[in-house]
Design a protein around this ligand. Structure first.
Ligand code: CU
Length: 480
C-alpha cells in the first residue's frame, strides 16, 4: 500500500484555509441538479434560459465488488464507480458542493474538465473528511466532459474509481433520443491476478507499469451483461455517453455489429459520422448515437481485445424487435463471439483413423491444444470462465452432471440461460465445427482438469450424439 506524505501533510492545512465547512445550504436559491448512477442518465433538461443550478456530490470510500468474489475499496463520487452523472445547460451558473463523508480516510477534491478556471476547480474544492466545500463556475462550453479527483496522489485516486461525466447541454438542447445510457471505462490495479478472489488492495507497481488486472465498464466485470445488459428495440435511437476514466490506457470503444451514426468527441458540435470504433484517451468522453435496426445481442467492448475478453471490458446491448432480413439475413447470435474462436472453423474435418484409438493421455494432450485454440478465450486457461459472462468449466456442477449434454453443447452450441454452480449465465456459445475426435479429446481434457469428474469421452459416443441429437430426451434439447 502507498503512503502519501505530501497529501497527508497538506490536507489539514488546506481544510482550514479553504471555504466550506458546515454551512451546507444552497446559496442563491438555484435549482438542484438531478444526478444519476450509471448506466442511467438524468432526464433531458427542459428548454429554458440559463440559470443557477446547485450540484451536490459526495465523496465516499466504499467496499466495492470488482468481479464475482473480488472486493476492493473504491473511492467514489456518490458511492459507485463511475461517479454520478451531472447534467446542466450551457450558460448555467453552477454552485458546486463537494461533501467528503466523515468516514473517509482521505481528502478528496474535484477537477471538472468542463470548468474554465485553474485546475477545473481542484484547488478550491480540496475537502478533508467530514467537510464540505463549495465553489461556483459558469458552464461555458457545451459538450460531454470527464470529471475526476485530483488530490495527490492523483493517479491513485483515479485508479480507485474517482471519475465521472458531466454533460453541458447546448443552449438549444439535444435532439430527443429514445434511450440514453452512461458508460465509463476504467482500469483497476490490484495485488492479485484477474478474478483472484478476496479483498484486493491497490498495486502501486502495476499502476506505474500501466498493467491493470481489470479494464471494465462502469466499475466492475459484468456491469453491463446478463440482467444488467443495455436494452433497446428496433427502430429506436440510442445515445450513449461514453467516457474513459483511465487513468492510463486509451480506450477503443466499439459495439460489434453496430456502426455509430454520429459521434461527438468531447465538446465538438460537429459529429463524425459512420464510425466503427471511438478512440478515447484517458480523461475524455464522446456522445455516441445510432439507431438500432436488427434485433439480437451486440457485444460492447474495448476493441483492444485482450481487455475485452480477459480483463473484463465487455458488455452487452440487447435489441428486441422484428427481424430485418433485408439488412441482415444471417442468424444473429452465432457470429458475434467468433472473434477469437474462429480458429475452430479451419480445423480439418477429417477423422484420423489410421493410428487406431488414442490413449487417454493422448486424448488429454490433443484436447489441451484444441482447448487453447477454441475454448480458452471465453472459459479461460484455468477453466474459471469470466464472471458474469462465460461460465466456469472448473468444478462445474453443470458439466459434471451430464456428459451427453456436454457433448451436445459442444456440437450444437448453446443459447439461453444456464445455471452453473448456483450462478446464471446467459452468453452465446457458437456451434463449434469440430470433428468427433476433436470433441472427444477436448471434453476428455476438460473432464481431466480443475477438479472435474475425470470422464473419458469416446469419439463413437460423439458420433452417436451427432447423428441422433437429443435422442435420449425425446428430441428436445436437454434443459439446464
Ligand atoms: Cu480523491
Amino acid at each position: 500500500m502507498l503512503a502519501c506524505p505530501i497529501g497527508r501533510a497538506w490536507w489539514p492545512l488546506m481544510a482550514l484555509l479553504l471555504p466550506g465547512g458546515a454551512g451546507l445550504a444552497a446559496q442563491g436559491g438555484g435549482s438542484r441538479a438531478v444526478l444519476a448512477h450509471a448506466p442511467a442518465v438524468p432526464p433531458a433538461l427542459a428548454r429554458r434560459p440559463p440559470g443557477r443550478v446547485v450540484v451536490r456530490l459526495e465523496t465516499r470510500e466504499v467496499k466495492h465488488q470488482l468481479a464475482d468474489g473480488v472486493d476492493y475499496t473504491a473511492w467514489t463520487f456518490g458511492g459507485q464507480v463511475p461517479g454520478q452523472f451531472i447534467r446542466v445547460r450551457e450558460g448555467d451558473r453552477v454552485e458546486f458542493h463537494l461533501d467528503n463523508h466523515p468516514d473517509s480516510r482521505m481528502p478528496h477534491n474535484i477537477d471538472l474538465n468542463a470548468v474554465t478556471g485553474p485546475g477545473g476547480g481542484a484547488a478550491v474544492s480540496f475537502t478533508a473528511p467530514g467537510h464540505s466545500t463549495s465553489f461556483e463556475f459558469q458552464a461555458r462550453n457545451p459538450g460531454l466532459f470527464v470529471y475526476h479527483c485530483a488530490a495527490v496522489p492523483v493517479g491513485m485516486h483515479v485508479a480507485n474509481g474517482m471519475y465521472g461525466l458531466m454533460l453541458v447541454e447546448p443552449a438549444g438542447g439535444l435532439a430527443p433520443a429514445r434511450r440514453e445510457y452512461y458508460l465509463m471505462l476504467g482500469e483497476f490495479y490490484t495485488d492479485g491476478a484477474f478474478g483472484e478472489p478476496g479483498a484486493r488492495a491497490f498495486s502501486w507497481e502495476k499502476a506505474l507499469a500501466e498493467t491493470p488486472d481489470y479494464v471494465v465498464f462502469n466499475g466492475a466485470v459484468g456491469s453491463l451483461t446478463g440482467e444488467r445488459a443495455l436494452v433497446a428495440s428496433v427502430g429506436e435511437t440510442v445515445r450513449l455517453y461514453v467516457g474513459n476514466g483511465g487513468p492510463n490506457l486509451t480506450a477503443s470503444f466499439h459495439i460489434s455489429g453496430e456502426t455509430f451514426d454520429r459521434v461527438y468527441l468531447g465538446g465538438s458540435s460537429q459529429p463524425l459520422t459512420n464510425v466503427e470504433t471511438v478512440p478515447l484517451p484517458p480523461g475524455s468522453a464522446a456522445i455516441v448515437e445510432f439507431t438500432v435496426d436488427v434485433p439480437g445481442t451486440y457485444p460492447i467492448a474495448d476493441h483492444a481485445l485482450f481487455r475485452a475478453f480477459n480483463k473484463g471490458a465487455l458488455g452487452t446491448l440487447r435489441v428486441d424487435g422484428p427481424p430485418a432480413p433485408a439488412l441482415y439475413a444471417g442468424r444473429t447470435g452465432d457470429e458475434v463471439y467468433l472473434l477469437e474462436g474462429a480458429t475452430a472453423q479451419v480445423l480439418p474435418a477429417v477423422r484420423d483413423t489410421a493410428r487406431g484409438p488414442k490413449t487417454v493421455a493422448e486424448q488429454v494432450e490433443a484436447g489441451r491444444r484444441i482447448f487453447s485454440q477454441t475454448c480458452q478465450a471465453c472459459h479461460q486457461s484455468d477453466g474459471r470462465g469470466i464472471p458474469g459472462s462465460f461460465p466456469p468449466l472448473a468444478g462445474s456442477d453443470f458439466l459434471n452432471a451430464d456428459l451427453r449434454r456436454a457433448v451436445g453443447i459442444v456440437l450444437n452450441g448453446l443459447q439461453g440461460p444456464v445455471v452453473v454452480n448456483g450462478r446464471t449465465y446467459n452468453a452465446v456459445m457458437p456451434a463449434l465445427r469440430l470433428t468427433d475426435d476433436n470433441v472427444a479429446d477436448v471434453l476428455t481434457y476438460v473432464y481431466s482438469q480443475w477438479g472435474n469428474a475425470g470422464k473419458v469421452v469416446a469419439p463413437a459416443l460423439v458420433s452417436q450424439i451427432r447423428l441422433c441429437p437429443w435422442c435420449e430426451t425425446g428430441g428436445r434439447p436437454p434443459g439446464p
